[in-house]
Structure formats: C-alpha cells, structure tokens
Design a protein around this ligand. Structure first.
Ligand SMILES: C[S@@+](CC[C@H](N)C(=O)[O-])C[C@H]1O[C@@H](n2cnc3c(N)ncnc32)[C@H](O)[C@@H]1O
Length: 276
C-alpha cells in the first residue's frame, strides 16, 4: 500500500540551499553579498513575504538578548531576519529535514550560525525545555496541523510566564472548500484550516490571554492577486519560492488567489500572552 502523503514530503527536495545560492549568484553576481536582505525574495515562505515578516516583528517586538522561538521555521529566513534586525537569538524548529538542512547552510552562508539555531522537530512535541523562551512566533504553519490545541499548548509550555506568541496564518473562510494545490498542501490530506473564531477559541483553551486578534484578509487579497497577475504576465522571477518548491508553485499561487477571491480563506494575525 502506498504511504499516505505527509507534510514534510510536500515541502522536501534535495539541494535547496545550493539552488538558492546559485540563483543568488546568477542574479546578483558571483561576489554578491549573502545576507537576510539579499535572501529576502526567497527566504520568507508565506503570503507577502518579508513585508508580512516585518509586520509580525512589530507585533512581537523582540528585544536585544532575548530568546525567541520560531515554530515551523522553514528555511530560516524569518529567524535570520529577526536575529539580524533585533539582536536576539532565534531558535527554529521544523518538521521538514531538508528545510532544516537548508536553514543551517544559509545560516552559515550569512555568518549567522551563532545567532540562529535550527532543531529538527515537531510543533506538537517541541524539543525544547519548559519556560525556555521569552517570545515565540509562527507564520503559516498551523494550516498543516490537525491538533491545533496540542500545538498551542506546546507553545504555552515553552514560553516563560508573561511570554508572548505572535501568529499569522491562513484560516477557513465562508466560501466553501478550497482549491488545491496550495502552497502548504497538494491535497486535503495535509490541510487543516480552522476558522478565525476556532483559532481564537483554541488559543484561549491552551491557556493564552488574547492580547490582539486581527483579520488581515483585506490586505492579503490585493497582494496575492497582484502576485498572480505578475506570475501570469512575467513568469516566475529569478529569485523566489519556486527555488524551494519548484515550478508547481505557479499553480499553487493561482489557487491561492482564487481561494481568497471566493472567500474560501481568510488570514489572521494574533498576539497572545502566557499569564505572568
Ligand atoms: C509554508 S511553510 C512556512 C515556513 C516559515 N514559517 C516561513 O514563513 O518562512 C510551513 C512550514 O511549516 C512546517 N511544519 C508543518 N507542520 C509542522 C509541524 N507539525 N511541526 C513543525 N513544523 C511544521 C513545514 O515543514 C514548513 O517548513
């Protein structure tokens, strides 16, 4: 019997960091710097890329010297961005071994290996001690997780009292079942969208106080429609998420725009606190 498609196999491919570094050299020249800015068009695997990461940074407000956790850190772009901009240490945990390998290689290539640590592991069983982080964040990860309460309880466990979690992700809209494939899943087997209301309730059930909870769909829709128009008109750019996901990202992007236009998805941004 064929194995059920798994979340990490959806994302995985060999040689991700090598492809990215080769594309960066081809686009910017052999001696071009490798840093969070030059990697930004490739490094942030979520709608609106580094712009969305920067908005999350403002919400999270990490302070110099703090210990920050990235839950579902991908190839480490947001972690490097935050460590570089805010002078803190970021630990990333991710399920996809090939993404963790790429993140470590890019940490080394940017000279940031001492400021960003990557651990292979699951958000459902975080391989870090209780109360070991000041702040945590997660971007576009929980869409792959069925047991969201367990995921939020794990985040709660590893934060110190008074610590905060900032989250941004895609939620279910009222428009019906989504079109596949989308960037986080090829089929419904590994896609688990909660509504904004369910997300808020799950976070509260895990013990968090809700500091802020915002529907960001109105900002997302124009951005992903522009993105689809650009891809349809110009094709894929030299530097982009296709270096991670391959050409299939084109169809995934088109479906993301259709899902948003039809109200099949919404996007949210939340800040929640572990009571102090
Ligand atoms: C769309 S990517 C986002 C990556 C990163 N957060 C970013 O915004 O650049 C989703 C990531 O979630 C990770 N992921 C999915 N389920 C996970 C789980 N249960 N535990 C840890 N990571 C998970 C995937 O491996 C993938 O790296």
């Amino acid at each position: 019997m064929a194995a059920a498609p798994s979340v990490d196999r959806h994302y995985a491919s060999p040689g991700i960091a090598e492809r990215i570094l080769a594309a960066l050299r081809a686009a910017n020249g052999a001696a071009a710097p490798v840093n969070p800015e030059t990697l930004a068009p490739i490094d942030h695997f979520h709608g609106r890329g580094v712009v969305a990461t920067e908005e999350l940074v403002v919400l999270l407000d990490p302070q110099p010297g703090e210990r920050i956790l990235d839950i579902g850190s991908g190839i480490g772009g947001p972690a490097r961005w935050i460590a570089a901009k805010r002078g803190c240490h970021v630990t990333g945990v991710d399920l996809t071994a090939e993404f963790c390998d790429a993140a470590r290689a890019l940490n080394a290539a940017t000279g940031m290996a001492d400021r960003v640590t990557i651990i292979d592991g699951s958000a459902l069983d975080l391989p870090v001690p209780d109360a070991s982080f000041d702040r945590a964040y997660s971007q576009n990860v929980v869409m792959n997780i069925a047991d969201k309460t367990r995921c939020y309880r794990e985040a709660f466990r590893v934060l110190r009292p008074g610590g905060v979690l900032a989250m941004s992700n895609i939620c279910a809209g009222e428009g019906g079942e989504i079109y596949f494939p989308v960037p986080w899943a090829a089929t419904p087997t590994t896609s688990f969208l909660a509504t904004p209301e369910e997300t808020r309730a799950d976070l509260a059930e895990a013990g968090f106080e809700i500091v802020s909870f915002r529907d960001t769909s109105d900002g997302l829709l124009p951005a992903i429609i522009r993105d689809r128009e650009r891809v349809e008109r110009d094709g894929l750019p030299p530097l982009g998420i296709h270096l991670i996901m391959g050409e299939r990202i084109r169809e995934m992007r088109i479906n993301s725009a259709r899902n948003a236009e039809d109200g099949r998805v919404r996007s949210i941004e939340a800040l929640v606190r572990k009571p102090g």
